[in-house]
Write a protein that binds this ligand. Structure first.
Ligand code: FAD
Length: 270
């Protein structure tokens, strides 16, 4: 039985580097020409970690030549063990997995608004997406691209300077008001949408907590023409669509985050 999709492979990959970005956040780099060549934004890898039974899903964060980067937050036993991996160690991974973000066609890319939204660690796949969107522009920056970064406080806002540098208009919201708008990224989204002509093409791409998507969906009820894709995080078993452990309820019945997602059209969910 063919369980894995065409590009999906089980691979042994060498860790090139691991850096502690801050207290509970790590940037891991491994070498994989296959993942580097075939992965799309929103895809993830399923990583085997010795001390836990199930593999752990982590998004592809960045690709540079044949190096693949993963940005992860230590949550529990699996990610804690992963943070102890060292340069030169080998990882057993399966990937690239999942349905990633749909990217616009080059012909319309430079005329449209691309609004990227990252809640907390949700910035992990969004950075790879920003990288790919810029490649779509073939060297021409789209001045209508923006990114909204949301977090509990200013120390959890990541990559603000980086997104500025690659040509995105960056707007920040923190729960405690220590940086940017005091409140949620959805407050900023409401203002941005109110300032855009209704006939313009708007694509929204988001990753973050489900509560953020729910609120985004409420805002988007007033903008039926906006296309919005959201990347779900869910407890996951096999990662290959067999165990159904990661199912989410959609308007069209239960869907598997690992195989039908993790990226869904928000209108298909709520
Ligand atoms: C497609 C996909 C991509 C992901 N990409 C990233 C990424 O790039 N970076 C990153 O840091 N994390 C990402 N995650 C979440 C990551 O997989 C979990 O944090 C990780 O599996 C936790 O494993 P653990 O053993 O450390 O924690 P566990 O011991 O399994 O759990 C500890 C606590 O963490 C929370 N938790 C665990 N798994 C999840 C989950 N899947 N979603 C929400 N909360 C969870 C629960 O509150 C739980 O009590 C992604 C998840 C999915 C489904």
């Amino acid at each position: 039985m063919h369980i894995m999709a065409k590009n999906v492979k089980q691979l042994k990959v060498e860790v090139r580097d691991i850096k502690q970005v801050k207290e509970d956040l790590f940037l891991l780099c491994f070498v994989s020409p296959h993942i580097a060549k075939t992965a799309n934004p929103g895809n993830f890898v399923h990583i085997k970690i010795d001390s836990v039974i199930l593999r752990r899903p982590l998004s592809i964060h960045k690709i540079v030549n044949d190096e693949v980067y993963i940005l992860f937050k230590v949550k529990g036993r699996g990610t804690s063990a992963l943070s102890n991996i060292r340069k030169g160690d080998y990882l057993d991974i399966i990937g690239p997995l999942g349905q990633g973000f749909n990217l616009p066609k080059y012909e319309i890319y430079n005329k449209m608004h691309n609004i990227l939204i990252a809640g907390g660690i949700g910035v992990a796949p969004i950075l790879f997406l920003a990288q790919k969107l810029n490649e779509l522009g073939k060297g021409r920056l789209n001045i209508k691209n923006s990114i909204l970064l949301g977090a509990g406080n200013k120390t959890d806002i990541l990559y603000e300077d980086y997104f500025n540098k690659i040509g995105y208009k960056v707007e920040v919201a923190t729960d405690d008001g220590s940086k940017g708008v005091k409140g949620f990224v959805t407050d900023i989204l409401k203002n941005i949408l109110a300032g855009i002509e209704l006939e313009e093409v708007i694509n929204i791409y988001a990753c973050g907590p489900e509560g953020m998507f729910f609120e985004m969906n409420r805002v988007l009820k007033d903008y039926p023409k906006v296309y919005c894709q959201v990347s779900f995080e869910q407890f996951m078993g096999c990662g290959l669509g067999i165990c159904c452990g990661c199912s989410v309820e959609t308007k069209d019945g239960y869907k598997k985050v690992c195989k039908d997602g993790p990226v869904f059209n928000i209108k298909d969910v709520w």
